[in-house]
Design a protein around this ligand. Structure first.
Ligand SMILES: Cc1ncc(COP(=O)(O)O)c(C=O)c1O
Length: 408
């Protein structure tokens, strides 16, 4: 029996919410001796500590009254203008400050978009697998989650079309698609141009909105950046969500949402009741960082840094993993997704790996239908080369042992 005296008073949302398994895994493996390929956190080595220190000191001395005051809910006008210009330069024409709201990370953007669009029982289509932010925000609204297969070209839009038709003919209200088009978490896959176009067409035909969660867009190691869904959007159906976590710092909790002015106004109203304003000193510091040309330099440095890490991880995997396991070669972002041989259980492998002080994230928490038991996600973002080498060798040996039926 529960010993919680308030158990009977919790809202349906609170009782229905599931803790993030990935966060739980990260907490479990936080032991100092652990070589962790689990968390998708940026490497603190790349934080622009000195520049942020210098800028903060100067801004506080000169404008402490502004920096430490409440701000407007939509965020600093100059910062929104600067970010809108950057988006124009990326090929999203016609955006200005009114099309943007500064959020506490892309996480808050997802949550506000879900609040603005989703009613209980609306269907939210998500990747199978997908990062838990979209499904979590949908669940909090009481939406039904339906997964659509993700392969090396991103979400399979033919399957998506079939699912939409099936759901509609069964009487469901299909409302939105949550997608991570670039270097998806957890598969590292990038949505092909053809599928981007097809997704936009499907949204138009079936009157859907698209939540385009794009925190890794700027971390492209090679190849050409395809147009964002927002750039292809002719009817204002795409809510484009961005993050500063991987290209600036995650601790400031900064991101933004871009969309039609009417949608953004509704998200601003929702935000008024969530937290009223986004971290004011963080916004001023970021604005100055952009004005000094440091963000572009930071993006370039981060891209080079994480490319080298990806290369090293792939090299080690080629050397130590058995041929029966398969994995992708991401062109950017933080993640490599592994399919274990046959029906090998990633959770069992996880427990064995933790005994040897190696951690990763099992794949199945990323599948809203609970499948993917033979998959796992590896992240090269935070681990040192030395630890990566040992962790990948250990994992490769464990997979080989398990393959050979050596379950000692
Ligand atoms: C796909 C995706 N969306 C959103 C987030 C959260 O980003 P933020 O720090 O901006 O809230 C992450 C973080 O790992 C992510 O992988």
């Amino acid at each position: 029996m529960s010993t919680d005296p308030l158990e009977h008073l919790y809202s349906r949302q609170a009782t229905g919410a599931q803790p993030s398994v990935i966060r739980d895994i990260c907490a479990l493996v936080a032991r100092p001796q652990m070589r962790s390929l689990a968390g998708g956190w940026p490497d603190p080595q790349k934080f622009p500590v000195q520049a942020i220190g210098r800028i903060s000191e100067q801004l506080i001395a000169e404008h402490g009254d502004l920096l430490l005051q409440y701000g407007s809910t939509e965020g600093l006008l100059d910062l929104r203008t600067a970010l809108a210009r950057r988006m124009n330069a990326e090929g999203i024409a016609g955006l200005d400050a009114d099309n943007l709201v500064i959020t506490h990370g892309s996480s808050q953007g997802i949550s506000l978009a879900a609040q603005v669009f989703l009613n209980p029982d609306d269907v939210l289509l998500v990747g199978l697998p997908t990062y838990f932010g979209g499904p979590g925000a949908g669940r909090a609204r009481g939406a039904q989650l339906v997964g659509v297969n993700v392969d090396e070209q991103g979400m399979d839009t033919d399957r998506l079309q079939q699912e939409i038709k099936r759901l509609k003919s069964a009487g469901h209200r299909v409302k939105a698609v949550y997608t991570i088009p670039n270097f998806q978490n957890p598969t590292g896959a990038t949505l092909s141009l053809e599928r981007r176009q097809q997704l936009i067409e499907l949204a138009e035909t079936h009157d859907l909105v698209i939540f385009e969660d794009d925190p890794y867009a700027d971390l492209r190691f090679e190849g050409q950046r395809p147009p964002s869904l927002k750039a292809l959007d002719r009817s204002g159906r795409v809510i484009h969500l961005r993050s500063l976590s991987k290209i600036f710092v995650p601790g400031m909790r900064l991101g933004w949402a871009a969309g039609d002015a009417g949608v953004i106004r509704r998200m601003v109203v929702a935000k008024q009741f969530a937290d009223a304003t986004t971290n004011t000193p963080g916004q001023y510091i970021l604005l100055e960082f952009i004005r000094q040309g440091l963000l572009d330099r930071q993006i370039q440095e981060n891209t080079d840094f994480y490319r080298a890490k990806r290369d090293f991880m792939l090299e080690q995997m080629d050397r130590h993993f058995p041929a029966e396991a398969t994995w992708n070669r991401p062109q950017g972002g933080f993640f490599i997704f592994v399919h274990l041989p046959g029906d090998m259980d990633a959770e069992m492998l996880f427990h064995r790996a933790v005994e040897r002080n190696v951690a990763f994230v099992t794949g199945s928490p990323f599948f809203v239908d609970g499948s993917g038991r033979n998959t796992l996600r590896l992240s090269y973002s935070q681990v040192s080369r030395e630890d990566m080498e040992i962790a990948i060798r250990t994992l490769g040996n464990l997979i080989k042992e398990q393959l050979a039926g050596n379950n000692k």
